[in-house]
Design a binder for this molecule. Structure first.
Ligand code: FPP
Length: 252
């Protein structure tokens, strides 16, 4: 069994049997990270991309199957126009600068969210990243881009209601599984659609409309570290903490 030891004083092993298969990350604190360095907010997003690259490769090396990252929420459009423009250009930079290394590491890129409302260049860059990596069998780097959890559930309800109207479905046949099949995470491996662990950086203690259905039994890890400073060692700390949790899924 592969074990990983924390470098400093206590050598707490990360038990590979308890590596979370699906990790969700709310990458928060980019703006504050930049402000602390007297830099424009967008520099925080740039540094956040580097952190994401390192964490993705580290997670893939540990055997994590899915990493869902909150890159842009449906509420983020209310940010200053320049910042939105900058974030919308990140996928283009992502494709040119980061995808080649991810591809070499067998990482598959996927996207969830209302992608049809993204600017064309943003949409095209993400599509190319997905296309180029679609046969990779390593970690799935699942971007939540223009994603909102309530909107996702609303959309699922509309689809199910339509199936009932069309007499393809009886209301009595609606199960949790059926609802999950109408959510945007339905493309993920069946056993790993829901995050085992959700990490939020920068000290904020909320979910902010990120995977509200899928997080019903997730473990939560909050850290004051700003996202650009969240690197491999911080990921290991989060997994060590996850190893201490006893997941009961409502049982005893
Ligand atoms: C939150 O920090 C971060 C974001 C809204 C954007 C995060 C995006 C990335 C790290 C890169 C995504 C990559 C691709 C390819 C789309 P914040 O700005 O809310 O920070 P603050 O709370 O300190 O202001």
């Amino acid at each position: 069994m592969f074990t990983l030891f924390k470098r400093k004083k206590e050598a707490a092993p990360v038990n590979m049997d308890k590596i979370p298969a699906h990790i969700g990350i709310i990458m928060d604190g980019n703006g504050r990270w930049a402000k602390k360095r007297l830099q424009p907010r967008v520099m925080g997003h740039k540094a956040g991309m580097d952190a994401l690259q390192e964490v993705t490769i580290a997670a893939n090396n540990l055997g994590v199957k899915v990493l869902t990252v909150y890159a842009f929420s449906t509420e983020n459009w209310s940010r200053p126009e320049d910042e939105v423009k900058f974030i919308m250009n990140l996928p283009v930079e992502f494709f040119d600068k980061y995808v080649p290394e991810l591809h070499k590491n067998n990482v598959r890129v996927e996207v969830i969210g209302e992608t049809e409302r993204l600017p064309k260049e943003t949409f095209d860059a993400m599509k190319r990243a997905c296309e180029q990596t679609k046969y990779n069998s390593g970690l799935i780097l699942n971007f939540a881009l223009n994603y909102g959890g309530r909107s996702e559930i609303t959309h699922a309800v509309k689809e199910i209601a339509q199936e009932v109207l069309d007499a393809k479905l009886n209301p009595g046949d609606i199960t949790e599984d059926l609802i999950a099949n109408h959510l945007m995470t339905n493309h993920l491996p069946y056993l790993h659609r829901d995050p085992d662990l959700i990490i939020r950086t920068s000290g904020e203690l909320r979910l902010s409309n990120f995977l509200p259905w899928q997080s019903a039994y997730s473990e939560f890890y909050f850290t004051p570290v700003y996202w650009p400073d969240f690197k491999t060692e911080e990921l290991h700390k989060a997994i060590l903490e996850y190893n201490r949790r006893h997941r009961r899924f409502g049982g005893v």
